[in-house]
Design a binder for this molecule. Structure first.
Ligand SMILES: [Fe+2]
Ligand SMILES: [Fe+2]
Length: 271
């Protein structure tokens, strides 16, 4: 039974640079506080719309648990972002961009323009739930990574920041199958599932890159950009997921027999 746990980290002072000597990794991981709340609240809105369409009682309970968990994640990350704003950081550009994506492009009107009717309304909802299922594969992969990660803990990080990511990571792994099962329950097929994954992955990478840039640009003492080589180096040191780990994990989504239950255990080595 999926249910929301109380976030172990409540309001307070949250450092922006929370992994000592690892500014780039801190920035990349801080994007969770910026991007996830509007995304997770979008998940909740979609799942609330889909709930009356679910015929299976067990799945209904799973969907309710999923909504409760994602709502709690959004609140927890929003608290950190609010503290960053109190410290003087400005996220207004990202906020406007994310609102136009989740409330506009991916809102109830198709691409923010056309109001679908009848079965097209249902199909638009199912397509977006397919995108949520794809994003949930990504968050499960990242959740497994943070749970297995040891490099960050060894670097003497701010313990509350790590605790927050681990709490979130654990629940992402726990509820990994709900969006997929809902998508299949609503009649979603494998080809669509894979197609939505390609779209979702492209959007996540682009959004994450831009979000990281927002932190980098506001850092007066650091470089203006870091480049892909920095990502590769820092990930090989264990502070971010390696490209190999991500590529291998993402390719699994293209198996015809894919089911999130197969993603259960934390990845060996975590990188
Ligand atoms: Fe979440
Ligand atoms: Fe999730």
């Amino acid at each position: 039974m999926i249910q929301a746990r109380i976030c172990p980290v409540q309001e307070g002072d949250f450092p922006v640079l929370w992994i000592p000597q690892q500014k780039f990794a801190s920035f990349v991981l801080n994007v969770t506080h910026l991007v996830l709340p509007p995304g997770e609240l979008w998940f909740c809105r979609l799942f609330n719309q889909a709930l009356p369409l679910v015929q299976d009682e067990a799945l209904q309970q799973q969907v309710k648990g999923f909504i409760a968990q994602e709502g709690a994640h959004a609140r927890a990350h929003r608290n950190v972002l609010a503290d960053y704003e109190r410290q003087g950081l400005d996220f207004s550009i990202s906020r406007a961009r994310l609102t136009s994506i989740f409330n506009g492009l991916l809102g109830d009107k198709v691409m923010g323009r056309w109001q679908p009717e009848g079965r097209w309304q249902f199909r638009w909802l199912r397509m977006r739930i397919g995108m949520v299922a794809a994003i949930e594969h990504i968050t499960c992969v990242l959740g497994n990574w943070i749970l297995a990660n040891q490099a960050i803990a060894r670097a003497d990080p701010d313990p509350r920041m790590l605790e927050l990511l681990r709490w979130h990571g654990w629940e992402e792994v726990e509820h990994r199958a709900v969006a997929h099962d809902l998508y299949i329950h609503l009649g979603g097929g494998s080809v669509g599932r894979m197609l939505w994954f390609v779209l979702a992955l492209f959007a996540v990478i682009l959004t994450w890159k831009r979000g990281t840039q927002v932190f980098i640009r506001q850092d007066r003492q650091g470089p203006r950009s870091y480049g892909f080589r920095t990502y590769v180096r820092v990930s090989r040191q264990g502070y971010l997921p390696t490209v190999g780990y991500l590529a291998k994990s993402f390719l699994r989504y293209f198996r015809w027999s894919y089911h999130p239950d197969q993603e259960g255990a934390a990845a060996p080595g975590g990188v």
